[in-house]
Ligand binder design. Structure first.
Ligand code: ADP
Ligand code: MG
Length: 729
């Protein structure tokens, strides 16, 4: 019998260099050439339409039908000049990936010929047959229509031969069925609230928006080895596999030399990204073997989210060209690091200020401290929501594991800011505040932000760390759509800033001056949000105990976190800020529960099949060889010698038997647990059953399979092992 694993391994030895034709230009010359960006718009649009688009982007005004027709015609002309033949509305349904349905520009002209056409209403709105997208009960079958509507704030782009138009996706009754709609609404709420606060400090600010710089971690696996592992193909992670004798112990992969094959792959997707205007900048090896990271320069949050979704697609495509498969799963391999997607988040004004960066004047620094303390307050108040915004079946495998943040949300701000806040807390009037600000922020030293950055970037264990001029949310999973955490953070801060203004206004009304009022409110917030700050080792056992004392939640599983979405204060938060309605939140809870159940169900089925079809038969075959051998020994040896030599082999045989029967018993038990779970009507109860029963049994089956892997003849083992999957040659 041919061993499939050996065939897969053999084909990796003979990888020819894949050639990707790099453009013979500098990146600056092709950057953004496949996007309908400002310069393309200037070239193709009339002045009138250009102004309309700009005001839609900057002020959120609506684009009228007449202009839409002109814009559509220009987009068509531009994209045809770049080789496009089709167009699609490109959106982010709640499946977590992106969706598109391509239509040709070609239309019959009635006279037996055809013309390329793209009308204004085709740009603005479409009605995709959307009945199969998750809707969480929002759409009844009789109103199963969904609409996509153009988002002019994110530039259209060309992928292959298709013009892709970023859109939102809503139901017939107007409820959001995607991530983009609430993201845009959260940005709107944040702009409004932050602008009002900025105005208290300085009247001259037109717009405030969140920036996002994501850092995408991922694993690469040779494609033939990937295909030889049904668990990787069907679930994106290995469901078993004994640890490799060497993996990340020596930390020799982190920032190490990138293998040549991998570099070629990186060059390809980075070049394609640059053509689409995605400013990818950084690439390096991560801690685990075969783990890498890429990061762009940060952008406005809506564009950054689109770009992250796009880059994941580009990476998957380029990987296949180089005989790789890219794994975005949060925990593809047990017992080594998982993959996250750090979300670096800050607030910018149209005047170019970063509101999370200290400034040069005392007033700017007071504003900086105000925003910093408001983030602390917001995160403290809504830590459970922020936790829920990053939960998923796959991220549950990662959080709390090897070098990954725990399930407890806390904020790290560094020693310098900690002592500043401590001193403000201890001071008795605003002169204290002024002095402390001056002292702590070294006003008039031109390179303050840099100093602060060096000071704050040390604690890598915090799930939410202030790193000099931005917050870095590190608990986000590598496969997640960044919009999910961004919607929560934007909304929480919007609400918090509104509260802040209300609190300051109340003091102003009592006749206090502005600085006194801000001082009092900040001081109060510092005290009230103190428990959310943690500077120590978040990976430690002590923190788990300390966090519990502080009353911080430590919600370890997705089904538990999802209860948060329909808590009274969370519904109020989203309704007051106009980001999501109670109905939309409930739909999202149901969709995420269903997704969780399905993911665990699929994993459990794949594991059961592989145990029965791959592992047990091979184990029995090897066991038979050993039995034959023992029988043979008995024939040729005298009884005493036989007794001695057969002892070890008999031990192996019994050992194998033990694991086989445990696996068999486990699979039967797991199938039964699935049946019981499937009979539960309530989705939440079903998810809990999958989590606490099916998943736990699957883990115990895994343990026995991993033991067998060490016992059975390597020549018989049918599936690529960790040591083979994890080291690209
Ligand atoms: P690392 O976390 O690996 O040390 P950096 O701290 O250099 O990396 O930052 C990585 C990411 O942070 C990049 O994507 C970068 O664009 C983003 N970033 C830097 N400044 C900001 C900012 N003001 N707002 C949002 N993201 C930012
Ligand atoms: Mg980082």
């Amino acid at each position: 019998m041919e061993n499939f694993r050996f065939r897969a391994l053999a084909s990796t030895f003979d990888r020819k260099k894949v050639s990707y034709t790099m453009p013979d230009k500098k990146p600056s010359e092709y950057f953004g050439e496949m996007t309908f960006n400002l310069s393309a718009m200037k070239e193709y649009l009339t002045d009138e339409s250009f102004k309309k688009v700009m005001s839609a982007i900057n002020e959120g005004t609506k684009i009228d039908r007449e202009s839409a027709a002109q814009i559509a015609a220009s987009m068509k002309a531009w994209s045809i000049s770049k080789g496009a033949t089709h167009y699609t509305h490109w959106f982010h349904p709640l499946t977590g990936s992106t969706a598109e349905k391509h239509d040709s520009f070609v239309n019959p002209d009635g006279g037996g010929k055809a013309i390329e056409n793209f009308r204004g209403n085709e740009l603005i709105q479409q009605e995709p047959d959307a009945s199969s997208f998750p809707h969480g009960g929002i759409r009844n079958t009789f109103e199963a229509r969904g609409y996509t509507a153009w988002d002019p704030t994110s530039p259209a782009f060309i992928l292959g031969n298709t013009l892709c138009i970023p859109t939102i996706f809503v139901s017939y009754t107007g409820e959001a069925l995607d991530y983009k709609t609430p993201l845009l609404k959260s940005s709107f709420a944040l702009d409004k609230a932050a602008r009002a606060v900025c105005k208290m400090f300085n009247g001259d600010i037109g717009r405030v928006y969140a920036s996002l710089g994501w850092e995408q971690e991922y694993f690469l696996v040779d494609r033939s080895l990937f295909i030889a592992r049904p668990d990787l193909v069907l679930t994106g992670r290995t469901l078993f596999g004994h640890a490799s004798a060497k993996d990340q112990q020596l930390s020799d992969h982190y920032f190490g030399t990138i293998p040549e094959r991998v570099k070629e792959f990186m060059k390809e997707f980075e070049t394609e990204a640059h053509k689409l205007g995605i400013p990818v900048k950084t690439r390096h090896n991560e801690v685990a073997p075969n783990q890498f990271e890429c990061a762009p320069v940060y952008e406005e949050v809506n564009i950054a989210v689109d770009h992250n979704q796009l880059i994941m697609y580009l990476m998957e495509k380029a990987a296949r060209n180089h005989n790789f498969e890219v794994l975005f799963h949060e925990k593809p391999f047990a017992k080594i690091n998982g993959s996250g997607k750090h979300n670096n988040w800050s607030l910018a004004t149209d005047k170019g200020h970063n509101l999370f960066a200290p400034g040069k004047t005392q007033k700017e620094n007071l504003r900086f401290v105000t925003f910093l303390v408001n983030v602390l307050m917001g995160v403290n108040e809504y830590e459970d929501l922020i936790r829920a915004s990053i939960s998923s079946a796959s991220n549950d495998n990662r959080l709390g594991g090897h070098e990954a943040p725990p399930a407890i949300i806390s904020v790290f701000i560094g020693s310098q800011l900690t002592s500043l806040l401590d001193r403000i807390e201890a001071s008795n009037d605003k002169s204290g505040l002024n002095e402390e600000l001056k002292a702590a922020l070294n006003i008039n030293v031109p390179n303050i932000p840099e100093i602060l950055m060096d000071n704050t970037d040390r604690n890598r264990t915090s799930p939410f760390a202030f790193t000099g001029n931005k917050f870095e949310f590190r608990a986000v999973g590598s496969s997640a759509n960044c919009a999910k955490p961004m919607i929560s953070l934007n909304t929480v801060l919007a609400k918090q800033l509104t509260n802040f203004k209300r609190d300051v206004d109340q003091l102003l009304a009592k006749g206090l001056d502005f600085e006194d009022s801000v001082y009092q409110v900040i001081k109060d917030y510092i005290v009230r949000s103190k428990r959310i700050r943690f500077e120590g080792n978040n990976y430690s056992e002590e923190w788990q105990i300390e966090a519990q004392k502080r009353g911080l939640s430590n919600i370890k599983t997705t089904p538990e976190t999802l209860k948060t979405l329909v808590k009274k204060n969370i519904i109020e938060l989203f309704e007051e800020t106009n980001v999501l309605t109670a109905r939309e939140l409930e739909a999202r809870r149901l969709i995420r529960l269903e997704k969780f159940i399905k993911k665990v169900q699929i994993e459990s089925r794949v594991l059961g099949d592989m145990a029965n079809n791959h592992i047990i038969p091979i184990a029995i075959r090897y066991q038979n060889t050993l039995i034959e051998n023992v029988k043979g020994l008995k024939e040729i040896l005298d009884l005493q010698t036989y007794g001695k030599v057969s002892k070890n082999e008999l031990e192996i045989i019994t050992n194998i038997s033990h694991h086989i029967s445990e696996i068999k018993r486990g699979v039967d038990k797991m199938i039964n647990e699935r049946k019981v779970a499937n009979n539960l009507v309530d989705e939440a109860a079903k998810a809990v059953a999958y989590d606490t029963k099916v998943r736990v049994t699957a883990e115990s089956i895994r343990t026995h399979i991993d033991k067998l892997e060490l016992l059975i003849d390597d020549e018989l083992w049918p599936l690529p092992k960790y040591r083979e999957l994890l080291f690209i040659r």
